[in-house]
Structures are given as structure tokens and as C-alpha cells.
Design a binder for this molecule. Structure first.
Ligand SMILES: [Cu+2]
Length: 223
């Protein structure tokens, strides 16, 4: 079956885990959706208007109410327990960085700041790209995410990364790509009139190609 309308193919180290949770939640909510819609239409049909039939009023069932509160509660708690490991991997336990960069969102573009030849951010040899993120494969790219104006959401669908950029806060987000190629950058938060144009390209290179790209950029952008 062709599932391409759901999620694009994934090229990050966390893909399998993220997609696994996604599918589990989709199955649970999908099944519940069809059951509740079927019941809804059944009762709409069963209790439709009939000449001479009067509505009866009653309190309902306390037992049923407890049941339909407890069952979703247990399901939601179960999801949070089984997905905790993946959450920690993606959001909490940031691995040692192969490349450290800063991504800054503003209406309506993404600026990426690289450390330059000295390998340290915040020094005079830093260089920038606009709406392009260049990264090596098989290395953890650790991003400090910022926003200059409003809420944006930094979205790398093929890396399964989606993180809000909040004005005044530095938020760490990371990914490790497993294959060179061109991928999508988007903004996943309605951030103003140009929101839909706020995108770009993530280019993943082999380690050697990334080194070559990085040194040529550093040279070109020399202050
Ligand atoms: Cu935006």
C-alpha cells in the first residue's frame, strides 16, 4: 500500500521510533474514530423522528461515564509510558555534537549560523546561509533554535524534527541524517501572512563533501 500521503520517507536515526509511535497512536485514534462515528450515525438513524414518539429524559449511567473516562485515561497513560524512552532520546538526551549551529526564525525566513574554521560559534569567522541548512551525514547536528519576532516551528519532516522557536528562548534540537540528499525545511506554525513561503532546503553531504562545502563558504564569507 502507498502511504506517501501520510509521512514522507525518513532519513534520520530516530525515524523508526518516531514513526512507530505515530502508527500506534494513529491506529488507536483511528479505530476509536470509526467506532464512535458508526455509533453516532446508528443512533441518529435509530432515534430519528417518528410520529407519536416522545423523548424520554433520564440521567444516564454513572457506570458508563466512569468507564468512558477511565479507558481513555489508561490508554493515554500507557502511550506516555511506552513513548518515554523515545521522547528522552529526541528531546532530553542530546548526543555529543558533530556540528553545532544556530537556526534563527523570523518573518519569513530561516537563518543558519555555522561555526566556521575554528569550530566555535560566536566568533568572527562564523558564517551564515539563508533558508539553507547544510549538514554532514552520520553526525549529530545540534541546533540552538531562536526566533527574532513571533512563534515559528522549525520543521524537518524527513528528519522527523518539529520544534517551536520561541522569542527570547534558546531551544536545543538535534538530528542525525543517515543519507546524503536534499530535504525539506518548513515552518509548521502559522506565523503571519508569508507563513507558507517560510521554507528552505536541508542538504546532507558525506563528511568529506561537507568539509569542502564548509571551508569554501567560510572563505567566501570572510569578513
Ligand atoms: Cu514561521
Amino acid at each position: 500500500m502507498n502511504w506517501s500521503w501520510m509521512l514522507p520517507p525518513s532519513f534520520s536515526t530516530v525515524s523508526g521510533d518516531i514513526d512507530g509511535i505515530y502508527m500506534v497512536i494513529l491506529w488507536i485514534t483511528g479505530i476509536i474514530f470509526f467506532i464512535t462515528e458508526a455509533l453516532l450515525f446508528y443512533f441518529i438513524f435509530k432515534y430519528r423522528h417518528k410520529e407519536g414518539r416522545k423523548a424520554a429524559y433520564d440521567h444516564g449511567s454513572t457506570k458508563m461515564e466512569i468507564a468512558w473516562t477511565m479507558v481513555p485515561l489508561v490508554i493515554v497513560l500507557w502511550i506516555s509510558v511506552v513513548s518515554k524512552g523515545v521522547w528522552d532520546t529526541v528531546k532530553v538526551d542530546v548526543p555529543p555534537a558533530g556540528l553545532e549551529i544556530i537556526v534563527t526564525g523570523k518573518q519569513f525566513e530561516w537563518t543558519v549560523t555555522y561555526p566556521g574554521p575554528d569550530g566555535a560559534l560566536g566568533t568572527s569567522d562564523d558564517f551564515e546561509t539563508l533558508n539553507e541548512l547544510h549538514a554532514p551525514e552520520d553526525e549529530a547536528v545540534v541546533i540552538t533554535l531562536r526566533s527574532e519576532d513571533v512563534l515559528h516551528s522549525f520543521f524537518l519532516p524527513e528528519m522527523r524534527i518539529k520544534q517551536d522557536a520561541v522569542p527570547g528562548r534558546d531551544i536545543t534540537v538535534w538530528f542525525e541524517a543517515i543519507q546524503p540528499g536534499d530535504y525539506t525545511i518548513g515552518c509548521a506554525e502559522l506565523c503571519g501572512i508569508g507563513h507558507t513561503t517560510m521554507g528552505g532546503t536541508l542538504t546532507v553531504y558525506t563528511a568529506a563533501d561537507f568539509q569542502a562545502w564548509s571551508s569554501s563558504q567560510a572563505q567566501q564569507q570572510q569578513p
